[in-house]
Design a protein around this ligand. Sequence first.
Ligand SMILES: [Fe+2]
Ligand SMILES: [Fe+2]
Length: 161
Amino acid sequence: MTATKSVVPDGAKAAPKDAITLLRADHEDVNRMFAAYAHTHTGPAKKALVAEICKALTVHAQIEEEIFYPEVQTALKDKLLVPDAAVEHAGVKVLIAQLESAEPDGKTYDAQVQVLSEQVRRHVKEEQNEIFPQARSWSLDMMDLGTRMSARKEDLLDQAA
Ligand SMILES: [Fe+2]
Ligand SMILES: [Fe+2]
């Protein structure tokens, strides 16, 4: 477990962030964890890191679905962006469920992690290139939204601990 500590997200304990800064920081944390997987070689270390990745992705998806997406939906010109994102989340959750019940003792596990990382990368790109810019251009209080999301994130991380 200690080998993964340096790349594990530090919860929501930092200074208040606006909603988009918080989500971008989560994306970077997950990206760092996927990068660390390439240098993780033992089964137990892989399993521990994947558990952290899955937890971070699950909590992140939940705060987006519960708070961020409903709030920004009306701001977006492209009305399919949020439904598309929700479908992508559903796909990611299927991969997470498969990984959580898998053992890191063969090539399939690495392939599953790779497919998850590719799906997450594509999804993150869509959020950052399409959803976030359109959401920012709307008169939404991003600090208030960020504060609510941060509090919810902390609750969910506590529950998952
Ligand atoms: Fe998302
Ligand atoms: Fe996201």
